[in-house]
Design a protein around this ligand. Structure first.
Ligand code: FES
Length: 142
């Protein structure tokens, strides 16, 4: 009868370490090309630029702040975080008024924040936004 393999404490610990690293890999989503994706949306009001940069019916992507601002046909401004609600990757592309996530292909409507293509199921997080002295300011407290 063959001897039953005995798992040493060391091999158990090694296995736990590998699991831990793999877990981090899944949580820390990376964009194609390997760029780290630790960006976040503003935690305070941020001056994004001239109000005239966002046309009625259009959207402008402030990638460095992970914010998109859109304006309805009637002139109402909306702002959303562009951190993907699927697994937290920063979205890096705006095509017309559609935001495209590089990680798994989710797409969002920049005017409503709604998902237009899975795997994301939750809409983008809306941020307070206002126009002040011809400038767009967005973020908590705006
Ligand atoms: Fe998966 Fe954006 S993080 S689609």
């Amino acid at each position: 009868m063959p001897a039953r393999p005995i798992t040493s404490r060391r091999s158990v610990l090694r296995g736990a370490a590998v699991t831990s690293v793999a877990g981090l890999g899944a949580a820390a989503c990376k964009a194609p090309g390997g760029a780290a994706t630790a960006e976040a949306t503003p935690t305070a009001p941020v001056d994004l630029g001239a109000e005239s940069e966002v046309a009625a019916g259009g959207a402008r992507f402030y990638r460095e702040h992970n914010v998109v601002v859109s304006r309805s046909a009637t002139g109402v401004l909306k702002a959303y975080s562009t951190v993907c609600t699927h697994a937290g990757c920063p979205i890096n592309k705006l095509q017309g008024t559609t935001l495209v996530c590089p990680c798994h292909g989710s797409e969002f409507d920049a005017v409503t924040g709604k998902v237009v293509r899975s795997p994301a199921t939750e809409p983008l997080n809306e941020l307070p936004v206002r126009a002040s002295n011809g400038r767009i300011v967005a973020g908590p407290g705006a």
